[in-house]
Structures are given as structure tokens and as C-alpha cells.
Design a protein around this ligand. Structure first.
Ligand SMILES: [Zn+2]
Ligand SMILES: [Zn+2]
Length: 741
């Protein structure tokens, strides 16, 4: 008997075909079944979808409907909950179902024929049969070493076990959040032989550390296949293998980056989102989803507990975790102390600690020092007291970390005679000077050229770097510390002692695979005295011997036009602070230095007290007064064209149509009254790779009204694209809950 199926496929963006097509099949296939279907001249992967929830937009003439090529037997249909997650994502983020569904599946599923898939599955089953089953023993046959929980961890774990959640775990850096995750996962798996847990981290760089800890804990209990990873740094075969293990239920724990939120896990019971505030959870292409927000939705959908963790939660999550009586929806859990510094561990307080307490520094956390750069030598990069402090630490055999959020040698080269600057010919941005290979590189479009010998405009041979990036900072610091010798380093080779070692970690020094790992290993081994880098080094890494962290020039974000800039700065500085004094023995003397022209700024004052709640309260008050998120909902529409006029004209035409055409739609007056559309403006980096970019902000006090508006406005945007104002437009896209405006 012939059945008609709705099948999701990936069609080119904005193709008139739509992404839900009709096919014939002799067998009745359940929604969620993976199939191969003909599409034009090729064959592609599709997902059978419930005909009631998706309207097929393809050819409906029965004579023309093609038959599916085959089903991927051996792979169970994707669950109803997974289908709902995809449906919600597509609707909320205003993308097509097919695009979201297919992007959520491992790329190799698209490439393999049903026969190749069969072979792959068979091999997987064989390997699984041979896999070592957990014995419950430690690495050498001894008992499994599980660290005892601190009183704070114990209290938090009890709350997680006794409440449905979602939870916001607000824990200081070094307070042992990871142990709470491990413990919660362990309790879950022990209580349910099929339960699965999903643990997400923001960056690929952080996955090896996390994977090692989870494998150490769970491989002995559940075998070597129990823990799998899912992130974009894996090869396609590796990703498929992890995905299949999660989908079949044989993997009990999936660790991954934002893409892992779509992992098919039939018995998902716990989702952990570590560093939940991190902007990397928001996708910046395709469907611009927030994996953190989807995790909360998915937890509710599947009855899984959701645990968000951070030392500096996003203001959204902080707001959601206010007391339930005030409307809060998350349960806030607090772990304020660093491990090893909780009251029961600190028997006697040193004089040093009493001084720090007097300065308002909580026990065990680094002392924050602000250096007023108004009183330093003009153009000084390092203030004298900071330089002295670094020398002192290095002479004691401790490590220092200096960070600056700008890579390269200098952000711009310039000619003092005629005013020429190293602009990118294709972008509205300067090309950055990289001294190491003497290039000018555009960080937006990648355009790279050798540094000219003389000014291209006036021929002046004396063109000079302006400002500084990490590469120049590293060079400058090495010069300033040239006379300092490493302690106890006198040898035949170095009769006066070894010079100190300054190293740099940023996107430029870690381009090749394995470079980051080897550089981190050098820091851990003590082969580096001062580490210079971008925010890459401020995040997550567990440097035990760093006792001084310095931010040399963080002021920029205080005066940014982006209302989220202070939140990001505070979080970055708190995280950087968290890198200092991880080793409890050295922790008491650790310091965070901030060089600033605004020493009295409330953000730095709150940072000095390590007082995130005070910072958050002040910021939320400002946001409420200005009706900004989380007190309103926002969306951006971005448009790209060869000229700025075309990009803006398209947006403004769609805006005008919202006010004229949509106002005539029956029942839409209410929705329209709650939504504000601002005029189109150029994006902050207006031109990238010769493409002009414009954006339009849409705002509403009601998330539901904004959602309703966007779903209706989609058709207006599509119609405008086809009309005269769409002429010359390259593309447009909606970004719901944008992170950067
Ligand atoms: Zn010149
Ligand atoms: Zn460029």
C-alpha cells in the first residue's frame, strides 16, 4: 500500500520550495525516521515528520510525487521530544524546519548510503560487544577515589536532588562546581540504569579537561563507552560515532559545546550548562539559537533537570533566579567559597588574610588592586607598581598572567606625515599589524598583505604602529623584564642565571592543532614565568601557580554603545581573577590588578569586593529603567547588499509594510501595538568583504507578542524581498534575542 509522507529536507535558504516535501513510500514510516529521498537531481537525507504539525510545501500533485529512496534501517526513529525541540527551535528562531533538523544531525549521516550505514552500525555493535564493562574499581584495581564534598557542595547537591529545578548554581571560581556536576550525574546514573546526562561547556578548548574528569570518574563504573563528546573540533566519523552512541542509549553521558543541545538522547534526565553566561552558547550563523535557553526548554519538555552554572551568571538567568515570590522561575544555589578556604579549613588566619579582609576581599579570593593610570607616565603601558609586583612574583618562582583583549602587534599602522592608516580596502575596519610575519591582516574578512616599505600615499618610509595588541605587549614586557633572572637558575650555561620566560597564548599562537595543548602544558610545567594573552587565557583553564593576573587596558567596554558590554567585562574580569591563586597554598597572596583611567567606576568597585550580586542589581535596575532585556524582548533583522542604501531600503520597506499591510490583518492590532520597529541603521562594522550591512531592531515588552509579530512578519519580509525594494539585496536574516546590537 502506498503511504504519503511529509519529509524534512535541507533546501537552500529562502528557496521557494520550502523544506517540508511530500514523498511516497510503500512502508508506513513513523515520524522521526531517517530516510534518503530524491531532491532534484541528487539524493539527500530527510527526516519523516508528523503531517499534522508540518504542512508540506512541495508538489502536491500525486502523479509527480516521488518515492523515497530508502529508510536508514537500524537507526531508531528520532523521538517525539526531539521532534518537538526542533519544531520549537525553528519557530522561535524564525528558521525553516528542514534547516534546523538537518543541521542538528551529524554531517556524515548525509553522506552515507543505507548500505554504508549498515556496515557502520555493524562495526559499532561489534566494538560495543568487545568494550570493557565498568568494574567499579579505580585505575589500578583499587577503590574509586571520589573526593569528599565540602559543606557548601553537600548543601547544593541536596537541593538539586530534592527539587525539580531549573537551577542556577552561582559558585565562585574554584568553589568546586565541576564536582557538583560530577556528583549530580553520578547520583542520577546510579538511580536509573538507562538515564542519560548532557553536560555542556562553551568552548572546544575546555572539553579535553572536562572529558578527562568525567572519564576518570565514570569509565570505571560504566565502561569506556559511557562518556562521549560532541563538538565541531571532531572529525565527521567521530561525531557520527558519538551521536549514534547517544541515540542508541549506550552513551550515558554526552559532553559537548552548544551543538550538543540537539543530541538525540532517548533517556535524557539531566542537562548541565557550565559557564552559562558565555556568549558562545549563542549561535552566530544559520538558526541563531541559544543553546542555554534551549537547554531550559528541552529540560521542561523531557522532564530532565537543568543545572546552569556560573561565577558571573548572565543577567537574564540571574533575574530568572530571583525569589519565587517575586516571579523567579529558577532556584538559585550559592557556593561563595573557594575550596580549601571554607571556615572549617581555615584554622588560623594569617596577618595577610586579616589585611585582605579589611580591604573587603572575601577569604581565599584574590585581592583586587586598581591602578589609577591618570597618575602614571603618559603612554605608559605598564604602571611602575604593576611592573614591580610582577618582578617580585617571578623572583619568588610564581607565575603571572597579563591579558589584553586585542591580538596582533598593533591594531593599526599609520603615517604621521600624511595621516594614512592601514584600512582594509574591503571592510570598514583597520587591518591589524602582525609583526611576526610582517603582515597587515583584516580580522573581519581575512585580507592579508605584506607591510609596505613606505607609506602607500606619500612615500614616507617611517610608518609606525599605533596602539598595541598582545604581540607587542609580549615584546614590551620582555624588554622591561630583561634584567630579571629566574630564581635558582645559575648554571654553566647561564652564569648569571636564566632570563625570565614570557610566553603568549592567543588565536595567533594556537592556530595549529595541538599548539594550545603544548603551550598550556608549558605553563603547567612552570616553564613560563609570565603569560600574555587574550580572553582565551582568562577562561576556564586551571593554572595552579599563577598568583598575579593583570588587565592592562580594560576601560573600553565601560563606554561601549552595546548595553551588554559592562556585563561581559565584569564577567571576563571575574573569570580572569579566578585564574589567580587556584593553588590554595598560594591563594592567600594572590592578586588581580586593573589598570584604569576610571578607578572609581562602580563596576571596578564591585569587582574589588568580588560582589557580583551588587553589580547585577545595579545593572538590572538600569536595564529596567531603559526597558532593555530581560525586561523586554528584542530581535534584529540584518540585511546585506552591495550598497548601504539597498540594505536599508529593504529593511525600511518591510517596516513600512508592517505598519500599513499588517495593520489591515484581522486581529493583529493588539500585537502591532505591543511591538516597536526602529528605523534601519548601519551595523557597527558596516562593511565586511565589500558587503554593506544594515540592521533593524524590533522590541516588545512581551516575548509572546514579539514571537507572534515575527511569525506574521516573515511573509512580509519574503514579499518585500521579491518586490522592488528587494532588488540588489544579497540576504537577510532574523536574530531573536540577539547578544550584540
Ligand atoms: Zn604618508
Ligand atoms: Zn577586511
Amino acid at each position: 500500500m502506498t503511504h504519503w509522507l511529509c519529509v524534512l529536507v535541507q533546501t537552500p535558504a529562502h528557496a521557494s520550495l520550502g523544506s517540508v516535501l511530500s514523498y511516497r513510500s510503500e512502508a508506513l514510516l513513523a515520524p522521526g525516521t531517517l530516510v534518503r529521498v530524491p531532491l532534484g537531481k541528487r539524493e539527500t537525507l530527510g527526516v519523516v515528520w508528523d503531517g499534522d504539525s508540518a504542512q508540506a510545501t512541495g508538489e502536491l500533485d500525486p502523479g509527480k510525487i516521488k518515492a523515497i529512496a530508502g529508510a536508514l534501517d537500524g537507526i531508531a526513529p528520532l523521538s517525539t521530544a526531539w521532534q518537538q525541540l526542533i519544531g520549537f527551535t525553528a519557530q522561535y528562531y524564525q528558521r525553516s524546519l528542514g534547516e534546523v533538523a538537518l543541521a542538528a544531525l551529524p554531517p556524515q549521516l548525509r553522506e552515507l548510503s543505507p548500505e554504508q550505514m549498515q556496515r557502520r552500525l555493524k562495526r559499532g555493535k561489534l566494538a560495543q560487544a568487545k568494550a570493557v564493562i565498568g568494574t567499579g574499581e579505580g585505575p589500578n584495581g583499587g577503590p574509586l577515589a571520589i573526593p569528599a564534598l565540602t559543606p557548601e557542595q553537600t548543601a547544593v547537591v541536596a537541593q538539586i536532588n530534592n527539587h525539580p529545578g531549573p537551577f542556577l548554581l552561582f559558585g565562585a571560581t574554584g568553589s568546586g562546581k565541576t564536582e557538583v556536576y560530577l556528583n549530580s550525574v553520578q547520583t542520577l546514573l546510579a538511580g536509573d540504569p538507562e538515564a542519560q546526562a548532557l553536560v555542556m561547556v562553551p568552548e572546544i578548548n575546555l572539553t579535553p579537561q572536562l572529558e578527562a574528569r568525567f572519564k576518570e570518574r565514570f569509565t570505571p563504573l560504566y565502561g569506556e563507552d559511557a562518556v562521549v563528546s560532541l563538538h565541531s573540533g571532531m572529525t565527521n566519523p567521530q561525531r557520527l560515532k558519538s551521536w549514534l552512541a547517544a541515540h542508541s542509549g549506550s552513551a550515558r553521558i554526552v559532553l559537548g559545546t552548544r551543538m550538543a543541545v540537539f543530541a538525540s538522547m532517548p533517556r535524557l534526565r539531566l542537562i548541565v550548562v557550565d559557564e552559562e553566561h558565555d556568549p558562545s552558547y549563542k549561535s552566530s550563523e544559520g538558526a541563531r539559537y541559544s543553546a542555554r535557553d534551549l537547554a531550559v526548554y528541552r529540560g521542561k519538555l523531557e522532564g530532565a533537570k537543568v543545572l546552569l552554572g556560573s561565577a558571573t551568571p548572565s543577567l537574564e538567568s540571574w533575574h530568572h533566579s530571583r525569589p519565587a515570590l517575586e516571579g523567579g522561575r529558577y532556584l538559585r544555589l550559592h557556593m561563595p567559597s573557594r575550596i580549601g578556604t571554607q571556615p572549617d579549613a581555615a584554622s588560623a588566619r594569617s596577618e595577610q588574610e586579616r589585611t585582605r579582609a579589611a580591604a573587603g576581599t572575601p577569604a581565599g579570593l584574590p585581592l583586587v588592586r586598581r591602578v589609577d593610570m591618570n597618575h602614571q607616565h603618559r603612554n605608559a603601558v605598564f604602571s611602575i607598581p604593576l611592573l614591580e609586583a610582577i618582578k617580585e612574583r617571578v623572583l619568588r618562582g610564581e607565575q603571572c598572567m597579563v591579558f589584553l583583549n586585542r591580538r596582533g602587534y598593533a591594531p593599526v599602522l599609520h603615517c604621521a606625515d600624511c595621516g594614512w592608516k592601514s584600512e582594509c580596502p574591503h571592510c570598514s575596519a583597520f587591518r591589524v599589524f602582525h609583526k611576526i610575519d610582517r603582515t597587515l591582516r583584516c580580522h573581519h574578512c581575512g585580507f592579508t598583505e605584506r607591510v609596505p616599505r613606505a607609506c602607500p600615499t606619500c612615500g614616507n618610509p617611517d610608518i609606525a604602529p599605533l596602539g598595541r595588541g598582545t604581540e607587542r605587549l609580549e615584546e614590551h614586557l620582555a624588554e622591561l623584564l630583561a634584567d630579571v633572572r629566574r630564581p635558582n637558575s645559575i648554571s654553566a650555561e647561564f652564569p648569571e642565571g636564566e632570563p625570565i620566560r614570557v610566553a603568549r597564548i592567543d588565536a595567533d599562537t594556537t592556530r595549529l592543532k595541538g599548539e594550545l595543548e603544548s603551550q598550556l602544558a608549558a605553563v603547567h610545567a612552570g616553564d613560563v614565568d609570565v603569560l600574555v594573552g587574550t580572553q582565551m587565557i582568562a577562561k576556564g583553564h586551571d593554572f595552579r601557580r599563577i598568583t598575579l593576573v593583570a588587565a592592562v587596558n580594560p576601560d573600553g567596554a565601560l563606554f561601549s554603545s552595546d548595553f551588554r558590554a559592562p556585563e561581559r567585562l565584569f564577567s571576563l574580569l571575574m573569570q580572569a581573577t579566578g585564574r589567580a591563586g587556584r593553588d590554595a597554598k598560594l591563594g592567600a597572596g594572590s592578586e588581580m590588578w586593573i589598570q584604569t583611567f576610571q578607578p572609581a567606576h562602580p563596576l571596578y568597585a564591585a569587582l574589588k569586593r568580588h560582589d557580583y550580586p551588587a553589580f547585577a542589581t545595579a545593572q538590572l535596575l538600569e536595564r529596567e529603567q531603559a526597558s532593555l532585556p530581560p525586561f523586554s524582548a528584542q530581535a534584529l533583522v540584518r540585511a546585506e547588499a552591495r550598497t548601504q542604501e539597498v540594505a536599508q531600503a529593504f529593511l525600511n520597506a518591510a517596516r513600512a509594510a508592517a505598519n500599513t499591510d499588517m495593520a489591515l490583518w484581522e486581529g493583529w492590532t493588539d500585537v502591532l501595538a505591543q511591538v516597536t520597529l526602529y528605523p534601519a541603521v548601519p551595523m557597527s562594522i558596516q562593511r565586511v568583504a565589500n558587503i554593506e550591512r544594515a540592521q533593524m531592531l524590533i522590541e516588545s515588552p512581551s516575548r509572546a507578542a514579539l514571537q507572534r509579530f515575527l511569525s506574521g512578519w516573515q511573509s512580509v519580509l519574503h514579499a518585500t524581498r521579491q518586490g522592488p525594494e528587494g532588488k540588489g539585496l544579497i540576504r537577510w536574516a532574523i536574530d531573536v534575542d540577539p547578544l550584540a546590537i
